[in-house]
Design a protein around this ligand. Sequence first.
Ligand code: PGA
Length: 266
Amino acid sequence: MSRKFIIAGNWKMNMKQSETQSFLSALAELIPAEKKQNDFEVLVFPPFTSIEAAQKTIKDQALNFRVGAQNFSQFKSGAYTGEINAEMLTEINVQDVLVGHSERREILKEDDSIINAKLKAGLDSGFKVILCCGESQTIREQGTTDKWVCDQMQTAFAGLESTTDITKKVAIAYEPIWAIGTGKTCDSTEANRVISVIRKKIAEIFNAKIAEEMRILYGGSVNSANIEELMSKPDIDGALIGGASIKKDEFSSIIKKVLGLFAKAN
Ligand code: PGA
C-alpha cells in the first residue's frame, strides 16, 4: 500500500506573528503552481502565539497546508501555570500536535509517562499526533539504538494497543538527537533501517496492517540537498524539519523536490 507523505516544519521558538505572515506569503510566491498539491501533506508548527497568523495567511494565500501546535498539556484544565490545553487548541481550529520531541524530553524534562499521557490526551481530543522518538549520541555509540527507539514506542503506546484506526491519527518521527540542528544528517540507509525496526515494533505492539499503514518520518538536519535521497528510501514516509523549515528558499525547495519525486513516480 502507499502511505501518504508528510512534510512538517517544526518552527520551534521562532517566528513572531509578523514574521509568520511574511514568511508564508513569500513561501506561497515561491511555490505558485504547486500550492494546491494533494499528493502529500504539508504541516507547519509555529509557536502558539503565531498559530492564528499562520492559519490566516495560509487561507489568504490558498496554501494547502495545515497548522499544528508544538505542544499542549496532558491535563484537561486547572492549576497548571503556563500550560495550554487541548480544548484551547480545538477552539482555534488546531487539529495537529507534536508529542515527544527530544527538546521537550531533554530540556523540559518530559518523561515517557508524560509522553504517553499526552498521546492519549491528544487522541481523546481528536488530534492528529506526530510522535517523536530518537536516540542520543551516547546511546548510538553504545550500540543500543534499536532497543532505545523500540522502548520509546512501547511506553508511548502503552494502553493504546487495542486502538484500531491509529494510523489515521498518529504518525511517528524518527529523529536521532545527534542529528537535530547539527548538520549531521543520519545516513539515509541507516535512517531507513532504524525506521524499519520501528515499523516492526509497531507490528508487535499493534499488528502487521497497522505497521504497514503507519507513516514514519525522518527528522534531523533535513534540507533541500538531502531530502530526495532520504525520501527515496522505502520506509521513510516524510520529514520533520526544523532549521530548514523557517528559511523560505529551503522550505520551498524541499516542497518542490518532494513534488518532483511524485511527478517522477506517476
Ligand atoms: P533540524 O530539527 O531540522 O533543525 O535538525 C529537526 C527537529 O528538531 O524536528
